[in-house]
Design a protein around this ligand. Structure first.
Ligand code: ARG
Length: 456
């Protein structure tokens, strides 16, 4: 068959495979057919090609689509489709490439396909957020230890913890939507970079392809891949949020606070008793692919001059790799969250461990009029007295207070309020600031989060 870009002279020789993007281009096969159709329809509408020629091209494209990607051969999908159309319908097929270049063609195909990938990613974030919101509602009152430095810090609730991730993933949705909006613009009609003397209608092809406007400047239109950078950046950010969630869940599973559903766990080929949270570890690992994809893009694009350079061909697969890692990871995370069982008793026991109510007692003393720093010193002294894991008694706090204050604790604050502050449930309930973990605060936050979710 014919080869529209190689001919006799540029047969490719030993570099043929090296030059080819056929493997990666399968992903834009449908996109290229759509771009070819829109372009040839516009050419006919403008009288640039005869309707009969356009009809032949459309017939040829239908036959190429029918035959499938595997039947194509050429340097890339664009050249291969054009060659195949010419093989099928004769020289009229060669009118398809009037007033365009592979440079605007590939840029258009990438945007056409990548916007679908971004929509799939957005859908996955919505599914994950739905799972987080639903579980958060169920666990507004479920106590758990909260950590800083992965040391028990202050008691909180599973609802507050899950809602914290939902809010992060909501920002990821926003970033993906912004990336979608800037991706969804048409470079078609820019030709090689320098426009065309044919009287093309760029708005018309943009409309036929469902784009929301143009990348106007013909040199910018073929050069830029910033839409891939922006999308990959949103994917990388999402993947980092996912990796944090995955680590928390893996660790809670090993602490005995969370039972990962069997569907998301694996066993060991040697240790028969094992149940491992492998799916969540792979969710965590997606951040490696996504950040590699973003870095691959940025380092490939850095320093490229205007306008088209073949380096751009190797930039693209970095973006696909980020999508292919992050979308399934997001979907699996949603499933794992929705099906996991929180071990409420173990969590409640752990919630009071490590004297995690110390801050709450210090807050109480400060509310009673002591400088917070003095209150902090009293509780630090009390914490020092407590054996690892032992329950904290009123007496311990009172003894520490007397040493620091030269006065008895109950002259500042009633014994019952100290005892309440030492109780993790009361401690959480007292932290009812806006966005805080008190069940009432989380219920109100979830009302707002659900409204945002519905809008998204
Ligand atoms: N396969 C190429 C790419 O992905 C298409 C454009 C080739 N253009 C050219 N002037 N060689 O970038």
């Amino acid at each position: 068959g014919s080869d529209v870009v190689r001919g006799e002279r540029f047969s490719g020789g030993p570099a043929r495979g090296f030059l080819s993007s056929m493997d990666a281009d399968e992903r834009i096969f449908e996109a290229d057919l759509a771009v070819d159709r829109a372009h040839v329809v516009m050419l006919a509408e403008r009288g640039i090609v005869e309707e009969s020629s356009a009809g032949s091209v459309l017939d040829g494209l239908a036959a190429v689509e029918e035959a499938g990607y595997d039947r194509l051969s050429g340097e890339d999908v664009h050249a291969a489709i054009e060659s195949a159309v010419i093989d099928r319908v004769g020289p009229d097929g060669g009118r398809m490439h009037t007033a365009r270049s592979r440079n605007d063609e590939v840029a258009t195909c990438l945007r056409y396909r990548f916007r679908e990938d971004l929509l799939d990613t957005i859908d996955a974030t919505l599914a994950l957020r739905a799972a987080l919101l639903e579980s958060a509602r169920e666990h507004v009152d479920t106590l758990m230890p909260g950590y800083t430095h992965r040391q028990p810090a202050q008691p909180t609730t599973v609802g507050h913890f899950l809602a914290s991730y939902e809010e992060a993933f909501a920002r990821d949705t926003e970033r993906l939507v912004a990336a979608y909006d800037r991706t969804n613009r048409s470079p078609l009609g820019a030709a090689a970079f320098a426009g065309t003397p044919f009287d093309v209608d760029r708005e018309r092809t943009a409309e036929l392809l469902g784009f929301d406007g143009l990348v106007e400047n013909s040199m910018d239109a073929v050069s830029t891949r910033d839409f891939l950078v922006e999308g990959a950046s949103a994917l990388a950010s999402l993947s980092v949020s996912l990796s944090g969630l995955a680590t928390d869940l893996v660790e809670f599973a090993s602490d005995g606070y969370l039972d990962v559903d069997d569907d998301y766990a694996s066993t060991s080929s040697i240790m028969p008793q094992k149940k491992n949270p492998d799916s969540l570890e792979l969710v965590r690992a997606a951040a490696g692919d996504a950040t590699a994809g973003l870095n691959g893009l940025l380092t490939t694009l850095k320093g490229l001059p205007r306008a088209y350079n073949r380096d751009l061909q190797t930039a693209t697969p970095h973006a696909w790799a980020a999508v292919d890692a992050v979308v399934p990871a997001t979907e699996v995370a949603a499933g794992a969250v929705a099906t996991a069982t929180w071990e409420e008793e173990a969590l409640a026991d752990a919630a009071s461990g490590g004297f995690s109510t110390a801050t709450g007692v210090a807050d109480l003393l400060a509310m009673a009029g002591l400088p917070f720093r003095t209150a902090h010193e009293i509780l630090a002294r009390a914490a020092h007295e407590i054996e690892d894991g032992a329950a904290v008694e009123y007496a311990t706090v009172a003894a520490a207070a007397e040493e620091v204050l030269d006065d008895s604790l109950d002259s500042y604050v009633e014994r019952e309020s100290v005892e309440r502050a030492l109780d993790p449930e009361a401690s959480v309930a007292s932290r009812d600031s806006f966005g805080g973990p008190a069940p009432a605060s989380v219920e109100a936050a979830l009302d707002r989060r659900e409204a945002t979710f519905e809008d998204d």
